[in-house]
Each structure stands twice: as structure tokens, then as C-alpha cells.
Design a protein around this ligand. Structure first.
Ligand code: ZN
Length: 346
């Protein structure tokens, strides 16, 4: 039997009966949207691109910092020095790993105005975020459009994951009714995070994705899986009976509160990082050259095609071409808005 040369690189994966040539062809024809390209996201993207998905849309709002390198496997010191957004740096690395995969980096904040567009052509949505607000938004969009998605989260030495097949399994809101309030949940900044748990949770997520994309929904995990690698805990929590038993506003009553904007905010304090994101969309792209001229008096301003950085009032500002900014050095949303108005304007 001769094998198509383009399939040769996947031969070990195809030899696994669950995938086979048919499964591989399905993978190659599939579209995936990955929300978030940090710890979980880089592991997910790496595995998906090596496995040979057809099209991977990578969506991330952030840029790379040195303290990301401990666990965000696609980045290195050069990316930090180059001030690259995560989605761009990841796309470059992934292109070198498997040039036959169409990787589409999107540097933006996922919100209710763009989520449907980002996922509408996807066969699968993967959660690589660190943020419950975005997860509920993904859940709303996925349930509304009937698309499968895989939730994952990790912190400290533990993590959890569940797979959502709309109409077939409980959705995120069936299981977690509401997001933890600000300050209620531990963050990577307060609790830290070990890279092995990130890899484990992301590996479960990718495998779930591969089952779905190769047409093996019968193999999909129907439980909430919880793992703690430090305390040696592995738990499977039965959630399947929740489907239709709880009066879920999302998948039962089909009220999409996050998508409709009844819940959630736009300007947010970032995952305990002493930073605030001010999401301010401008109709046209910011002119960095012009902005840099205005800011010169403050001291050093640096910019490239993707972002502009400067320091003022004891804070570090990173501004994106769409007008969005991440202001580091404060967790006070009102102060961040004031600083934004003072230096970036509009
Ligand atoms: Zn539900």
C-alpha cells in the first residue's frame, strides 16, 4: 500500500486505529478556533498543528513577557525582546513546525462583538483562556451555533476540563452557574502555576478535540475531570445527569446573557497581574508614528507593527493598533480609564 506523501508525516498517528487515514483526512479538512494563546493555548496549538488540523485561528489579546516562558511552550527570549503579541509569535513558530497548516493569528480581545465571527466557521472551539468571562461568552456562542467546545483551566498544581457538545452534554453554565466574582478565584499571580498541570489539561483538551474532529463523539469524555499533580488526585465528576435537570438559562432557555451584553464588562482587571485592559475600539487603526511623537516628552517610546510601549505615571502602557491598551502598574479600573484618556485620548 502506498501512502500519499503529504500524509507521511502523520503516519504514526494514522497507525493508531482511532485516527486511521479517514480520521487524518477529516483532521486535515477541519477548522479550529483557539481562544487564548498563553499557557494552555500554546500547548493546544502546538499539538493541533503537529497533528495536522487544516486551519487554526489563534486569538489572543496579549503580548509576551519573560515570566510566560516557564510554561508557554511556543515562546522564547527572542519573542520577548521583539515585543511580539502572543498570537503573532505563536503563528511564526507554528509555521516552521508544520507549514501545511493554515495558521491565522488574530490579535484582539474576545468580546461579544466579535466572538460569533471568530467561531462561525469553526468545527471546534478550544478554550485556552484564563478568564471566566470569555469562557461564558464561548459557551453562549457555542450553544447558540451548536458547535462543540472544550473547556480547560489550570492553576497552582491542579486543573480541570470538560467537553461540551451542545444539546448532548451539559454546558458550562449547567455546571458552573456563575463566574467567580473579582478577587474570589485564585489567579496565576497569587497561586502560581506549574507547567506540568498545564500540559496535562491541555493534552486532555487536544485529545477530546481529535475525537470530535475525527468523528468519534462516542469516545468523548462526559465527566468533569479534575487533576492535582502535587497532591496526587485524579477525580471524575459525573455531570451528564445535569443535562435538562437544571434550568440552565443558556442551553435550556436559550438566553445568551453574555453574548447579549447583559453580563460582563469591557474594561477589565487582568488575572491578578496588577494590570488593566482598557478596551477602546477605534474605527481606524492608530497611527503609532503620530502617537509616539506626542508621547516623546514622557521618555522612551518604542513601537513595532503590532504594539507601542511607553511608561508614564508609574505605569507601563502597551497599546495595540485597534486602540486597545494594557496598563500595567494598577489594578484600579477607574484609574486606568483616566490614564488612558490622559495619554492615548479619544
Ligand atoms: Zn446549560
Amino acid at each position: 500500500m502506498t501512502m500519499d506523501v503529504s500524509l507521511e508525516r502523520y503516519s504514526r498517528q494514522m497507525r493508531f486505529p482511532g485516527v486511521g487515514e479517514e480520521g487524518q483526512r477529516r483532521l486535515l479538512a477541519s477548522h479550529v478556533t483557539l481562544c487564548g494563546c498563553g499557557a494552555l493555548g500554546t500547548v493546544l496549538a502546538n499539538a493541533l498543528v503537529r497533528a495536522g488540523v487544516g486551519h487554526l485561528r489563534l486569538v489572543d489579546r496579549d503580548f509576551i513577557e519573560t515570566h510566560n516562558l516557564q510554561r508557554q511552550v511556543l515562546f522564547d527570549e527572542h519573542d520577548v525582546a521583539e515585543n511580539l503579541p502572543k498570537a503573532e509569535a505563536a503563528a511564526r513558530k507554528l509555521g516552521a513546525i508544520n507549514s501545511s497548516v493554515h495558521v491565522e493569528p488574530v490579535v484582539t480581545d474576545i468580546d461579544r462583538t466579535n466572538i460569533l465571527e471568530l467561531v462561525e466557521d469553526a468545527d471546534l472551539i478550544l478554550d485556552g483562556t484564563d478568564n471566566f468571562e470569555i469562557r461564558y461568552l464561548i459557551n453562549d456562542a457555542a450553544v447558540k451555533l451548536g458547535k462543540p467546545w472544550v473547556y480547560g483551566g489550570s492553576i497552582g498544581s491542579h486543573g480541570q476540563t470538560m467537553t461540551i457538545l451542545p444539546g448532548e452534554t451539559p454546558c458550562l453554565r449547567c455546571v458552573f452557574e456563575a463566574a467567580p466574582g473579582p478577587g474570589e478565584a485564585a489567579t496565576c499571580e497569587t497561586a502560581g502555576v506549574l507547567s506540568p498541570i498545564v500540559n496535562i489539561i491541555a493534552s486532555y483538551q487536544v485529545t477530546e478535540g481529535m475525537k470530535i474532529l475525527t468523528g468519534h463523539r462516542d469516545k468523548v469524555n462526559r465527566d468533569l475531570i479534575f487533576v492535582d499533580v502535587w497532591d496526587n488526585v485524579f477525580r471524575r465528576i459525573k455531570i451528564a445527569p445535569l443535562l435538562g435537570k437544571v434550568d440552565c438559562p443558556c442551553c435550556q432557555r436559550r438566553r445568551f446573557a453574555w453574548l447579549d451584553g447583559d453580563l460582563g464588562s469591557h474594561t477589565t482587571s487582568l488575572c491578578g497581574r496588577n494590570a488593566v485592559q482598557v478596551a477602546h475600539r477605534t474605527p481606524s487603526r492608530l497611527d503609532f508614528e503620530e502617537l509616539a511623537k506626542h508621547l516623546e516628552a514622557l521618555g522612551e517610546v518604542s513601537y513595532n507593527r503590532f504594539l507601542l510601549k511607553f511608561g508614564a505615571d508609574g505605569c507601563e502602557f502597551t497599546v495595540f493598533p485597534d486602540g486597545r491598551a494594557i496598563i500595567k502598574g494598577t489594578s484600579d479600573v477607574d484609574r486606568a480609564r483616566t490614564l488612558y484618556a490622559k495619554y492615548i485620548g479619544h
